[in-house]
Write a protein that binds this ligand. Sequence first.
Ligand code: FCB
Length: 467
Amino acid sequence: MTATVTSTSAQPARAGITFPDGFIWGAATASYQIEGAVREDGRGPSIWDTFSRTPGKVYAGHTGDVACDHYHRYAEDVALMADLGLASYRFSVAWPRIRPDGTGPVNIKGLDFYDRLTDELLGKGIDPVVTLYHWDLPQTLEDRGGWTSRATAEAFAEYAEVVYRRLGDRVATWTTLNEPWCSAYLGYGSGIHAPGVRNPAAALSAVHHLLLGHGLATQALRAAGARQISITLNPCEVSPLDPANPADRDAARLIDGLANRIFLDPLLRGRYPADVLEHISRLTDLAYIQEGDLEIINQPIDVLGINFYNPSYVSAKPGAPGSPDYPGSEGIAFRPPVGPVTDMNWQIEPAGLTRLLTRLHRDYPGTPLMITENGAAYPDGPSDSGEVADLRRIEYVDGHLRACHDALAAGVDLRGYFLWSLMDNFEWAEGYRKRFGIVHVDYTTQQRVLKDSAKWYREVIRRNGLE
Ligand code: FCB
């Protein structure tokens, strides 16, 4: 899947823009995607270790066994971040390093690693932003039902508190979950992610238990003294293919319900949307939603993290099989990408990000927003002279930063932008063949090379804006 090359020279001249004072510039990664060292210092197996070793699940049998070897090279990587001028770094903690079997004894050596990383960041003036769950569930918990079980939500809150007790004196911002939509629907619905289950009812109960885990962890973190708590979602920016067609509008509303409102409404309004409950009650008995759960889920949060890559367009198409990523979406067709795409075959449409941010600001007012991921995969590697001319990534990020700026101009309370990703890494089911980094990683030598996008981003940060 090679992307169409768009000519930068054909673009009209763009005006310079400046971001508000204090706008946070960062970059993001996740534990299983970069750390490697999967058997070191007492780490237990996660569902991604199991999944990536299952034939046919991950491209070419790639695993996170070594990844970017960040576990050993974290100091070098933090030095790169400092060189880029990052104000903030979003990383995730691997639950199986902290509690290898999910609920049992705490592994001090696992905590030690994140302690060293935190101090290294602070020593370079970089603010650590911790995500507690970026998909690497301890395998023992999956063996007991994973996110289809309430016990996993309870175990998550205990684990969150353990990490907080060690790092809370130095880490201000705590993100509970990354993209629970992916954990639930890709993990238990379509099965393209770990643990690879294909069962719509399981996916829906996973949604609820992930939300419950967020609520319980938020309560535990607050009680322990956490200052800033957030959750990161990847809302689907979905539009009807033909806005004048009521059936297409219904299709878009259903997908918005299953992808977005099923998370946003419990989190921020304390209830599931009635249309979504009605829809999913055809697929599951809802008995997993217990009295009092919604009060637990509806904890005040300080910031809502948003990951955005591409918009979606849907239409009503009787007889269409729908998407296994959206339980009960039979009769709905997703339009294939139109126009330029990235190496993931994801449509590039920065205006979709402005639409998403203004919609969130309108429908869920009062919660500050943060872009916790945005970026693009392109395969560019070093030339003979060692330069990585990834102009398409620069173009992509430039467009999306302008989209953020448009949202700010429309009154959206957007606090910052974290680029995905600091460096090339293990892209889940795609293995190492998709490269999202602004730093190139040679997986044979583990050599890091700044791509042109990294040098460009350094200038954006320095200028607090775009030329
Ligand atoms: C997001 C994930 C992140 C990365 C990007 C490309 O869904 O949170 O880990 O894989 O997509």
